[in-house]
Design a protein. Structure first.
Length: 342
C-alpha cells in the first residue's frame, strides 16, 4: 500500500515539473515573439525614416531647381536685383507635400538671399597680381569697426589668403597655427566659406567660443565668393555701404530712395540721384546687379527634417548653377531693411 502511494506521489511530482517546464517554454516563446515583433516594428520605422529622408533629399534638389528657375526668369525681366524681386521675399509661401490620397505629409520652405548685398572678403586680395587691394582692405577694416571686431584682424585674414609666408603686422602664418593644439596651416588661398574666420588669430581673443561671439555680427554682413564682386546697393545693409566709404547721409539717401524704387542701373547710381555725390573711388565698389545667391531650404517629411544651404551662381547669360551645397542648418541672415541704421 505504501509503494502504491509513493508511485502516485512521484507521478504528481513529474506532472507538476512538466507543467512548469511547459509554462516556461511558453513564456520564453512569448518573450521571443514579442522581441521579434518589437524589432520588426523598429526595422519598419527605421526603413520608413530612411525612405522619408531619401525623398527629402529629392525635394531639396527640387528646391534648388526651382530657385534657378526664378533667378533665370528674373534675369530676363530686368538688369538689376533688388528687394522688390519675387525671390527676395522674406515670406515665400511653403510648398505642401501630399501623399497619393492628397493628404498633407510635409512641406518645403525656401528663402533666397542676394550674397552681393554682403561684403565679399575675398575682394581684399588680387589673386592675379598676388597682392592686396588697398581700397578694399580699408573697406573691410571699416566693416570690422562697424561690427566691433578689432581692425587688426584684417592682417590675419590677409595672411590666411595670400600664398607667401611673410607676416603682416598683427597677422599670423602657419608657424603660429602649427604651435596650437591641434595644429593646422593657413589656407594660402581665397576663402571657401566665411566660417574660416573662426580659425584665424584674433588679438586678445584665444577661446574659440569667445571668437565666435565676437564674429557673430560680422558674419551677417560678409560672404566668401570665388570671384571679385561689386556691392549691390539695392540689397546691401547700411553697415556694408558705410564700409564702402559712403557717408552716413549718402547711405540714408540711398536707403530712402530704394524704399520705393530699385536703383535700375549704374548711371542712376552715379549721377541720377540728386545730391548723392558718390566719389569715383566709391562708385567702382558698387553695383546694382548680382551673380551670387544663397538658398536656405528646409524640408519636413513625416518625422524627417532636412536643412539645405546652397550657394548659387547666375552667369551673365542667366544660367544658374549650384557651386556649393551643405545639408546643415545655418543662421539665416538678418532681414535687410530699407531704413538707415547708422
Amino acid at each position: 500500500m505504501r509503494s502504491v502511494r509513493a508511485i502516485g506521489s512521484q507521478h504528481k511530482q513529474q506532472r507538476g515539473i512538466a507543467m512548469i517546464t511547459a509554462l516556461m517554454i511558453v513564456a520564453i516563446a512569448v518573450t521571443i515573439t514579442a522581441s521579434i515583433f518589437v524589432q520588426q516594428r523598429y526595422s519598419i520605422r527605421l526603413t520608413n525614416n530612411f525612405q522619408d529622408l531619401e525623398q527629402a533629399y529629392q525635394y531639396a534638389y527640387a528646391a534648388e531647381e526651382l530657385s534657378g528657375v526664378w533667378l533665370k526668369r528674373d534675369a530676363k525681366e530686368n538688369k538689376h536685383d533688388s528687394l522688390f524681386d519675387f525671390w527676395a521675399s522674406d515670406d515665400l509661401p511653403p510648398f505642401e507635400i501630399d501623399d497619393d490620397n492628397g493628404n498633407a505629409i510635409g512641406e518645403v520652405r525656401m528663402t533666397i538671399e542676394d550674397m552681393q548685398g554682403r561684403f565679399n572678403i575675398n575682394n581684399i586680395f588680387d589673386e592675379k597680381k598676388k597682392e592686396p587691394r588697398p581700397a578694399l582692405v580699408k573697406a573691410f577694416q571699416l566693416l570690422l569697426q562697424e561690427t566691433e571686431v578689432p581692425t587688426s584682424f584684417s592682417d590675419s585674414v590677409m595672411d590666411w589668403i595670400d600664398p607667401d609666408d611673410e607676416i603682416y603686422l598683427n597677422g599670423a602664418e602657419s608657424t603660429y597655427y602649427l604651435a596650437l593644439d591641434p595644429p593646422y596651416r593657413t589656407g594660402n588661398k581665397l576663402l571657401v566659406d566665411s566660417s574660416e574666420l573662426l580659425a584665424m588669430k584674433m588679438e586678445g581673443v584665444e577661446n574659440k567660443d569667445d571668437k565666435a561671439e565676437k564674429l557673430q555680427e560680422l558674419f551677417f554682413h560678409t560672404a566668401a565668393l570665388p570671384t571679385p564682386t561689386a556691392i549691390n546697393v539695392n540689397t546691401a545693409s547700411s553697415e556694408v555701404m558705410l564700409a564702402a566709404g559712403m557717408l552716413p547721409r549718402q547711405v540714408e539717401m540711398l536707403m530712402n530712395y530704394r524704399q520705393s524704387n530699385p536703383i535700375p542701373d549704374k548711371a542712376t547710381l552715379n549721377t541720377g540721384i540728386s545730391g548723392l555725390g558718390l566719389s569715383a573711388d566709391i562708385q567702382t565698389l558698387l553695383g546694382v546687379e548680382s551673380n551670387y545667391f544663397r538658398l536656405y531650404g528646409q524640408v519636413r517629411l513625416g518625422k524627417s527634417r532636412l536643412f539645405l544651404n546652397s550657394l548659387l551662381f547666375r552667369s551673365p547669360k542667366g544660367e544658374v548653377h549650384v557651386i556649393m551645397r551643405q545639408f546643415s542648418r545655418v543662421a539665416r541672415p538678418k532681414p535687410t531693411t530699407t531704413a538707415f541704421s547708422g
